[in-house]
Design a protein around this ligand. Sequence first.
Ligand code: FAD
Length: 827
Amino acid sequence: MRDRAQTVIVGAGVVGVSAAYHLSQMGVTDVLVLDQGPLFETGGSTSHAPGIIFQTNGSRTMCRIAQDSVAVYDSVSLDGERCWYGVGSLELATTPERMQELERRQGYARSYGIDGTGLLSPEEAASRSPLLDPTTILGAYWVPTDGAAKTVKVVAALARLAEAAGVGFEGGVTVTGFDLEEGPGARRVRRVRTDHGDVECERVLICAGFWGPTVGAMLGVPIPLVAVQHQLVWTDPVPELEALEGDTWAQYPVVRHQDMSLYFRHREDHYGVGNYRHEPIVTPQASLRRPGDGPMPSLMPWTPEDFDQCERETGRLFPALKGRMRPEDPARSLNGMFSFTPDGGSIVGESARVRGVWVCEAVWVTHAAGMARQVVEWMEAGEPSYDLAEADANRFHPYQTTPAYVVQRGAQQYREVYDILHPLQQMSSPRNLRLSPFHPRLEELGGRFFVGAGWERPQWLESNAPLVGGVTHEWARRTGWAAQGWSPIVGAEHLATREAAALFDLTPYVKLRVYGGDAVGFLERVCANRIDRPVGTVVYTSMLTSSGGIRCDLTVTRIDEDSFLVITGGGSGMHDQAWLRRQVRDGEDVTILDGTDRSFCLGLWGPRARAVLAPVADEDVSNDALPYMTGRELNVGEVPLFAQRISYAGELGWELYGPIDMGRGLWDLLWASGREHGLIAGGMGAFDSLRVEKGFRLWGQDIHTEHSPLEAGLGWAVRWDKDFQGKEALEAARERGVAERLACMTFDDDRTVVMGKEPIWHGGRVVSYVTSAAYGYSVGRGIVYGYLPVDLATEGAAVEVEYFGERYAATVTAEPLWDPKGERLRT
Ligand code: FAD
């Protein structure tokens, strides 16, 4: 075995080998792939995956990655044997709710570029899948380009191509540890230790499947996933399939019956029946086996009792399979293991803890080749071409990497794998993990809580129900999907914020202190806006990738000559923090401290906000003394605060930061002062509609690495007269002119409201998708945002938004809809 390689890949499953293949395609061949098992039936999950691919996904990134994977699988063959069977797929509906969900899923497909999909009648579905009894279903969703891959053959074919280019593969080699080197910023990997000797390297890519946490632990890198057992039965031969001719490896569409968490796949003269319909069986890392004489380590003892329900339901839908699902050959019934993460996402990217350690974990066959390409681009070019924030290996808050949380949430992801999940649906456990000091008061006020970054946050507060009294508008009668996780109280809180004032608990914001002799220069380099401004200035800025895409979107406040407060969202916080730390250069005097858990944040916003704060503050809070986009220290009673004049609601007001143990005291003082001014407590439902109406972009939805500030309408926050990361690419984009622009659209019918991600139509074709959606209670219209071709992103242009299969007329509108001159913020 070689004793050095620039890149060592741990794991020769479909993910590791795909990564090696993509590296070799880029001309990077000083690569060694190691696997503890025999090549390429290593005994990992890939070895027995039936290779089924359903590309449709609510995530645009994952949907495109699935399409890319299919393209790779379709492009390779092994000794003339094809590896991909594009037989199409059927997702069945047996309930009206699922039928509706299938319409929504077709919307995702249209939004994200899967062509030719259709909703079929039961008879049309059965004509494509002849063993299916049409009387058992209400309809089906058809995707002609889905299908099944011969997974192990794909792996062997990709490996052969990589090997021909110079990549090395070694089976039967177990990685046992790593040697790290202390570096100025962080430790760095230098050597991989194995049971066959050491390998010097510059970087490592961990593709160890469900062994990931064990390999990560050797490096001190948390990889929060659990191995969950999943049942698959290859039935006995089915007489109805015996007469099939030609290549019978797969001729009928792959099928999902999500109402019962089952899937089916034709192979030769029999079917594969997959079952998620049982309580999750989690295998702890310490109990995982290594390859040896026994069965493959990813195979666990068959648990027949878990298959009963699946067998009954399968027999009902596919009568020909009845009596054939308990094959005598034990090899045809398996409990196989694969990875589930706390949020269902993959884990991809360079670890923030050890430089040179890359991870590509919790990836299905469906996404393997596409995701491997992304991680390899990231390793080679510094950025992947798709926005991978949702898969970022550094996105997890510390509580999300604890074994208790990982097991509980991973098991729940298994249970919900095929469920209809509303975007506002809440997890039932674990709850109350992170409680802000305002939580008891919000509870007393009837908060309807959801979880954001582990914090309990109110969506609305029942105590505000009397405010709904006078509202007669149609929006107060919202029904169906759009009414789930919603109450007319949301609208009432929105209006009360615009008319009087509201307190919003913003404690989940991630609060970073960036300080040191080089802090100004560092922030000037990574921020597109000017940071070197007088102490007390609040700056809204993007931080860009080298290609000019928006990596982070946050505020930076100068609190001292060499000290800054960087505020970002709870959801984006860990991602932003890891990225920011990675930008610090060797020798730079910059320290980044996370003060999130020590400090609360309370938003006090609305035209009466000053009337609420002024009587209890010990400093002048007039517009002259504390203008918009400035901050200062002040006290309310005994509570020392840092108050910054900024508002995501688009109203006069402040974000108030203070010691977390004193938050309740502040709340009570403001509450007492505010009652006569109509002060309410507001929930996050109102918060979101306020920000959409005001046109404030949301990171991860409206803005991400695939769009520049120019396309996002944030060019005003770019300072061209200074140097900053990504400037060159942004200047080039400015020269070229942008092709798309983020546009605001309102529905022509003032009762229409959608939820986000829907396809946007123009001229009979889909031109984009909805990035943000809300009802604008002050402007009395449903609002959507989306990137449109520049020709279409002009005021008055007509588009249509598809929602559950219907198209609704909308018009491109000047933005922001609310207070376009920003006078309310500046008064
Ligand atoms: P693996 O294939 O598990 O590869 C990881 C490799 O790392 C292993 O070969 C292992 O030996 C090696 N390794 C681990 N630790 C070490 C070490 N210390 N030293 C050296 N080597 C090490 N997905 C789909 O998209 N469609 C499907 O139809 C589908 N069906 C499935 C059915 C079943 C029954 C199962 C179990 C899974 C299914 N999946 C399916 C999921 C899919 O199989 C996995 O997500 C995918 O194969 C994971 O690939 P991988 O390369 O990450 O992991």
